[in-house]
Design a protein around this ligand. Structure first.
Ligand code: BTN
Length: 265
């Protein structure tokens, strides 16, 4: 049905970048991020790109399942954090911008970003990012950036309960697209943003790109911070990647949270 990822083409793409991960392709795995963590625990501390065609236990935020049928693009990138150790949220935003740009380059209109790290096409979720910080010792960390994209995924392969809020590139464009090309575009964009951020010494340009692509800023939102739910209007993305929301109870800053866009008719 679909052409599965050809790792040779990914090598060719990576040769041109500053990023230089070891590429590990597995036809199937429980979770590319769990595989990354196992490799790190076994002593592999260099950059890694773990890539698969299908996951049996794909994970999303809040321990939700990330349904990973064949046709989707699933990978985890292991990197040293740049600039400072507490910028994991900013690394996720950087990846969201890279995924959004790559989808836009495929000619998809209506790509938007939902805080903190969902990529939408016309309000339907097409991709998600799960970032995890792994401590190797004092002040020594690796970041595992797990990215899942519903690319050549027929929607009927996703469970019914998420079909109302999900989409895929296939569903949107009506044709199969190259996984190597999408992955290469994303890696090229991640590489660009990492280099820009390192050389400028700040994530400011990533934040500005995220704001321009945001579907969240200006929207009425519901945010669950784990202890309670707030409703308000998303006002701004702050320099540390947190979201400022104007609620009836005043301005509240969320570092983490589960956010829903509320639509007024
Ligand atoms: C989310 O939207 O909640 C994040 C989804 C992240 C899914 C990707 S797929 C590759 C990597 N492996 C996983 O188990 N999860 C991430």
């Amino acid at each position: 049905m679909v052409s599965l990822v050809n790792p040779e083409l990914i090598h060719w793409c990576i040769e041109k970048l500053t990023l230089n991960p070891q590429i590990i392709y597995l036809p199937t795995v429980d979770s590319t991020s769990d595989e990354a963590k196992r490799l790190i625990a076994s002593g592999q501390h260099a950059e890694l790109l773990i890539l698969t065609d299908t996951q049996t236990h794909g994970r999303g935020r809040y321990n939700r399942t990330w349904h990973s049928p064949k046709g989707g693009l699933y990978f985890s990138l292991v990197l040293r954090p740049i600039l400072n150790l507490d910028s994991i949220a900013l690394h996720s935003l950087l990846c969201s911008c890279a995924v959004a740009k790559a989808l836009q380059n495929m000619g998809i209109e209506g790509v938007g970003l939902k805080w903190p790290n969902d990529v939408l096409i016309a309000e339907y979720k097409v991709a998600g990012i799960l970032s995890e910080l792994i401590s190797l010792g004092q002040d020594d960390y690796l970041i595992v950036l797990g990215i899942g994209i519903n690319q050549n995924t027929p929607l009927n392969l996703l469970p019914e309960e998420i079909r109302f809020s999900a989409t895929s590139v296939l569903e949107h464009l009506g044709s199969i697209t190259s996984q190597e090309e999408l992955l290469c575009n994303i890696l090229t964009s991640i590489d660009f943003w990492l280099e820009t951020t390192k050389s400028s010494g700040s994530f400011e340009m990533v934040l500005s790109d995220w704001k321009q692509r945001s579907a969240t800023l200006g929207s009425r939102v519901r945010v669950d911070d784990g202890s309670r739910t707030y409703i308000g209007v998303a006002q701004d993305l702050l320099p540390d990647g947190s979201l400022l929301v104007h609620t009836d109870e005043g301005a509240i800053t969320f570092c983490i949270g589960d956010l829903t866009h509320l639509h007024q008719d």
